[in-house]
Design a protein around this ligand. Structure first.
Ligand code: GLC
Length: 714
C-alpha cells in the first residue's frame, strides 16, 4: 500500500491514503480528545472503529498552572498501538501538548526570551524543547504563542513576545524553526523535532479590559499592521499548524471567521498546514450566539477553515450529516483530513509511532540544556535602575536575601509549565549562597515581616526579592490592579527606610507598576519568571558574571490608568498625551534596559538619501563600549513614514541587533531598509510602499534620538 511507502513524498502518501478512507475515518482525523480513567475504554473502542486524529496530553484548558504530568511511555504506546495495529488503516495518533517555554528543561517565559532581542537564543530554546519533548512522545506543541499584547492586565501577555509586530515576527519565525527544523524536499521534518502551532489566531491579546476571552474590536488597518505580522512570519517560516482563538473579533467568532481563517490565512498568507481550534472554541460559537446548536457550530467553523476540533464534539457528532446534506463538500473534508495526514507523514509517525525509551522527565536535565536556559534567562533580564550599587562585589560580607520570592521555587518556572520539576529549581537564596560562598547570607522566613527587616538591618547589602506568582499569569488570570500583590509595596518601603544599599529583584510574568517603589531602592533588576536555572541567572547578573543586556519587549506603565501606553502609537493632532495627573509616557519605554557599562551610539550614515521604491537603503551607526566592562548593547532601528495614505505609528521598529563589545571596542552596526521594512497595509488592505520622505532613528530604546531621513521616489 503506497501510503506506507516512506520513500514516497508526503503528498503522494496522503493522496493514496485518502482514497482508502471512509467518511467516518476522515472525520475522526479531525478530532482531538484527551484521555482520562473515565473515558479510556470508550476512546479505545472508538479508535479501533474509526481511528483518532490527535490526543491532547492535558485534561483541562487551564493546564498552564496545573503541572499536569506527562503521560508515561506505556500509556502513550498502549493507546498508539491500538491505532496502529488494531484500526483498519493503522493511522497513528498525533500527540499534542503545551510545550510553551521548555519541556523538561524550563526556559524563561516567552516574554522574557523576547527581552533578549536575540532570535538565535529563541531558536535554541525551542529546538531544545522540541528534542526533549519528542523523546518523551510529544509530536506537536501548541506554541509559539505570538499574540501582540499591549495590556499587562491580561495574564497571557507572558506567553507571547510583547507589543511590537517586528520583534514578534522575528521571534515567531525563530521559534517555528527551533521546533520544526527545516523539512526536506519530500516534506519530511527531522525526526527529533515537533510540529509547531502559531496561536491564538488572531487578536486575542486585544481583549477588552485585559479580561481573558473577552471581545476584541480591532480595525482591519490595525489588525493587518500590528496583530497579523507575527502570524505572516510564522507561515513564511513554514509553521505546520495554526490555532484559532477563543474570542469574538469585530463581530465574528475568531474560530468561525472565513475571512480570517481562509481569505487571509490561506488566501493571502498561503498557509498550507492545518488549523486546530482552541479548547472547545468550536462549541463556543454557541456561547457567542453565532450558532444555534452544535450542528450549526460545526458547519460554521468547518466552512470557515477550522480543520481539527479540540475536545468539543461538534464535528464527530454532525460533520457526516452535514456532508450527507451537501452543506459541507467531500472535497472540503478531504482537504482538511489531508492536511492533518500530511503533518503525520511529515513527522515520520507512520515509521516511528512509539516512544522508544523512558520519558526523560524521570532523567536528569541534560547539563547543556540547563546551561542554555541559564544563559538565556540572564540575557533576558532587564536592569531598570542602578545608582552604581550593581554589580555586587563577591567580597561583600553580609548579604540579606529576603522577600516573598527569596525562597520561591515554583514561581521561578512561570506559567504554562507541565514537565519541569519544581523541587529541583533553585531558590534565589540557594543561588546567592552558591555564587558567593564566603558571604554570610541572612534571610528570614517569608511572612515574618520583622525578621526580614532585622535581616536587612544586619546586612551590608539587601537583595529584596518580590514579584507575582505564576498563578496570577497565564490563562484566565487577569488583574485590574498592576501593583505588586498585597503587602509587597509596604515591605519595599519599610526595607528602603532601613537605609541599607538595596536591590529590588522582581520575579514577575507581566509588567507591574513600580512607580512609587523605585525611590526606595538603589537598583531594580527585572528577572521575569526565568525558568529552571533562573535564580542562578539572577545571581550571575547581580554579581556581574553576566552583564545584563535585556531590553523591554513591552512598555511598563506608570499606572494602570495609562493602558494602553505602547510606543508605536499614531500621531495625534493636538499633542494630547499627558494626563492632568500623570505624564503620558510610560515609566519604562519599549526597548529600554541598562547595562553595567556605557555605550556611545554615533555617526548615523545612510547609503543613499534618495532611491526608487523597491530599492534598499543601508543605515548604520558606530557603537562603542565607553565603559570598563564588556557588555551587550541592543541597537534598535525605528522608522517613520512622514506622510501616508492611512495613519502610521510615530515610530516603528524595523531592525535590532544585539552586539557584545569589550571595553573601548567600537563596531559599525548596519540595517537594510527595503520594501519589506518600509511598506504597510494601506488602503483596502493592500501591502504597499508609498513613495515620500521617511525618518529613521537608531539608538538603544524606542526614544532613539540619532536621526536621519531619506526619500523614496516612485
Ligand atoms: C487552552 C489555551 C491554549 C492551549 C490549549 C490546550 O485553553 O487557550 O493556548 O494550547 O487550551 O491546552
Amino acid at each position: 500500500m503506497s501510503y506506507r511507502n516512506a520513500a514516497l513524498p508526503v503528498a503522494e502518501r496522503v493522496a493514496d491514503l485518502l482514497t482508502r478512507m471512509t467518511i467516518d475515518e476522515k472525520i475522526f482525523q479531525l478530532f482531538q480528545t484527551f484521555i482520562t480513567d473515565e473515558n479510556r475504554e470508550e476512546v479505545k473502542q472508538q479508535i479501533r472503529a474509526t481511528g483518532l486524529g490527535s490526543r491532547i496530553l492535558a485534561a483541562s484548558n487551564l493546564a498552564g498552572n496545573m503541572m499536569l504530568r506527562m503521560a508515561e511511555l506505556d500509556d502513550l504506546n498502549e493507546i498508539q498501538r491500538i491505532a496502529v495495529e488494531e484500526s483498519r488503516l493503522g493511522i497513528p495518533i498525533l500527540h499534542g501538548r503545551d510545550v510553551i517555554h521548555g519541556h523538561r528543561t524550563v526556559f524563561p517565559i516567552p516574554l522574557a526570551m523576547a527581552a533578549t532581542f536575540d532570535p538565535a537564543a529563541m531558536e535554541e530554546a525551542f529546538r531544545i524543547a522540541a528534542q526533549e519533548a519528542r523523546a518523551a512522545g510529544v509530536h506537536w506543541s501548541f506554541a509559539p504563542m505570538m499574540d501582540i499584547a499591549r495590556d499587562p492586565r491580561w495574564g497571557r501577555i507572558i506567553e507571547g513576545f510583547g507589543e511590537d509586530p517586528y520583534l514578534g515576527a522575528r521571534m515567531a519565525e525563530a521559534a517555528v524553526y527551533g521546533f520544526q527544523g527545516d523539512h526536506n524536499e519530500d516534506g519530511y521534518w527531522p525526526s527529533d523535532r515537533i510540529l509547531a502551532c502559531a496561536k491564538h489566531y488572531v487578536g486575542y491579546g486585544a481583549a477588552e479590559g485585559g479580561r481573558d476571552y473577552n471581545t476584541a474590536e480591532i480595525s482591519d488597518h490595525t489588525l493587518r499592521n500590528i496583530y497579523l505580522p507575527p502570524f505572516k512570519a510564522a507561515v513564511r517560516a513554514g509553521v505546520g499548524s495554526v490555532m484559532s482563538a477563543f474570542h469574538d473579533l469585530n463581530g465574528e467568532s475568531a474560530s468561525g471567521s472565513r475571512y480570517l481563517l481562509t481569505d487571509i490565512l490561506r488566501g493571502e498568507f498561503g498557509f498550507d498546514g492545518f488549523v486546530v481550534s482552541d479548547w472547545g472554541s468550536v462549541d463556543d460559537l454557541i456561547h457567542h450566539r453565532v450558532a444555534a446548536d452544535e450542528r450549526d457550530a460545526a458547519r460554521i467553523a468547518f466552512d470557515a477553515g477550522v480543520d481539527m476540533e479540540m475536545v468539543s464534539l461538534c464535528y464527530i457528532h454532525h460533520l457526516a450529516e452535514l456532508i450527507q446534506a451537501g452543506e459541507i463538500s467531500h472535497q472540503q473534508l478531504d482537504d482538511a483530513c489531508g492536511r492533518v495526514l500530511a503533518a503525520k507523514f511529515s513527522l515520520g509517525l507512520f515509521e516511528n509511532p512509539y516512544v522508544e525509551r523512558p520519558n526523560p522527565v524521570n532523567l536528569q536535565m541534560p547539563a547543556e540544556n540547563l546551561q542554555a536556559s541559564r544563559r538565556t534567562a540572564a540575557r533576558g533580564m532587564v536592569l531598570l535602575e542602578n545608582n552604581g550599587l550593581l554589580p555586587l562585589s563577591k567580597e561583600t560580607r553580609r548579604i540579606a536575601v529576603i522577600g516573598p520570592y527569596a525562597d520561591q521555587r515554583r514561581a521561578m518556572l512561570g506559567s504554562w509549565v507541565n514537565d519541569g520539576l519544581t523541587d529541583e529549581t533553585a531558590t534565589l537564596v540557594e543561588a546567592m549562597c552558591a555564587a558567593c560562598p564566603q558571604a554570610e547570607i541572612l534571610t528570614a522566613p517569608i511572612g515574618l515581616y520583622d525578621e526580614m527587616l532585622m535581616a536587612a538591618a544586619g546586612a551590608d547589602v539587601v537583595i529584596l526579592a518580590v514579584g507575582e506568582s505564576n498563578a496570577r499569569n497565564g490563562e484566565n488570570n487577569h488583574v485590574a490592579v498592576l501593583h505588586l500583590p498585597a503587602g509587597q509595596d509596604e515591605l519595599v518601603r519599610a526595607v528602603g527606610k532601613i537605609g541599607k544599599p538595596t536591590v529590588l529583584v522582581v520575579f514577575s510574568g507581566r509588567p507591574l507598576v513600580l512607580t512609587d517603589l523605585v525611590g526606595s531602592v538603589d537598583a531594580v533588576l527585572w528577572a521575569w519568571h526565568p525558568g529552571s536555572a533562573g535564580a542562578y541567572a539572577a545571581a550571575d547578573v547581580l554579581f556581574g558574571d553576566i552583564n545584563p543586556g535585556g531590553k523591554l519587549p513591552v512598555s511598563f506603565p506608570r499606572a494602570g490608568g495609562q493602558i494602553p501606553v505602547h510606543y508605536n502609537a499614531n500621531s495625534t493632532g493636538k499633542g494630547g498625551s499627558d494626563y492632568l495627573d500623570l505624564p503620558g509616557k510610560p515609566l519604562y519605554p519599549f526597548g529600554f534596559g541598562l547595562s553595567y557599562t556605557t555605550f556611545e551610539i554615533s555617526d548615523l550614515r545612510l547609503s543613499q538619501d534618495q532611491f526608487k521604491a523597491g530599492e534598499t537603503v543601508n543605515v548604520s551607526v558606530q557603537v562603542q563600549n565607553s565603559g570598563q566592562r564588556a557588555g551587550d548593547e541592543i541597537v534598535q532601528c525605528y522608522i517613520q513614514d512622514c506622510v501616508s495614505h492611512l495613519t502610521r505609528p510615530v515610530r516603528e521598529l524595523k531592525g535590532f541587533r544585539r552586539v557584545t563589545l569589550q571595553p573601548g571596542e567600537s563596531r559599525r552596526v548596519e540595517f537594510a531598509l527595503g520594501p519589506d521594512e518600509l511598506s504597510y497595509y494601506g488602503p483596502s488592505g493592500k501591502w504597499l510602499l508609498e513613495p515620500g520622505v521617511f525618518k529613521v532613528w537608531l539608538g538603544n530604546d524606542s526614544r532613539a534620538a540619532l536621526e536621519g531621513s531619506f526619500t523614496v521616489t516612485p
